[in-house]
Write a protein of this length. Structure first.
Length: 195
């Protein structure tokens, strides 16, 4: 017997802050991460008829000495999100030397900050919360294909618990978007510029 789809779908949004920002920049030309993650989550849920019960935000934060402006920005944005009731998770960026070969065949070396562990933390939280039956819909704002494994695991949990669970992936989409795919094995919800 297949599980009954609940009429009230408890939804938790999981936002990969940097992935969302870079997708919005590419799709809509925004150069500043001025998105309101709680309102965005509420709007997507309202359109789908889902009940948003929690918003979770994940991001890497540059070190004060390497990026004082962005360190200040993210420190204060995360504090503001926390005051709004958003669950925040941050990790310091890790820095590595990157080498780029220029068209004239010379090489240019620079220090680049990388997020490490954000997608793993999102995956752990999505799976842990499914095991504890804390939601019916996991709404993930990311296009990171590493999270397709999470969608497969949630299907396994749903079968084991004989419970209806959905994994949805919301992402920006416009004519200029290169990556036009959501997370594999999840329901895709394109977000337009107006949203």
């Amino acid at each position: 017997m297949s599980p009954t789809e609940p009429s009230l779908k408890r939804t938790v949004s999981f936002i990969d802050g940097q992935n969302l920002y870079h997708s919005v920049r590419e799709s809509f030309g925004y150069t500043y991460p001025n998105y309101d993650v709680k309102s965005l989550s509420q709007l997507v849920c309202k359109r789908k008829g889902w009940d948003l019960i929690q918003t979770r935000f994940y991001t890497g934060v540059p070190d004060q000495s390497d990026g004082p402006f962005w360190n200040y920005f993210w420190t204060h944005k995360l504090a503001m999100l926390g005051r709004q009731g958003v669950i925040v998770y941050s990790r310091p960026l890790r820095y590595r030397n990157r080498i780029v070969r220029l068209p004239d065949r010379n090489e240019y070396s620079f220090l680049a900050g990388e997020e490490k562990g954000i997608d793993v933390r999102i995956a752990i939280d999505v799976i842990r919360m499914a095991h504890h039956s804390e939601y019916d819909v996991a709404l993930i704002f990311s296009q990171d294909q590493d999270l397709s494994e999470v969608a497969s695991e949630i299907r396994t949990i749903a079968r084991e618990q004989n419970r209806w669970i959905k994994v949805a992936c919301a992402f920006p989409l416009s004519p200029t978007t290169r990556n036009r795919r959501g997370i594999e094995k999840a329901d895709w919800i394109p977000i337009d510029r107006a949203t």
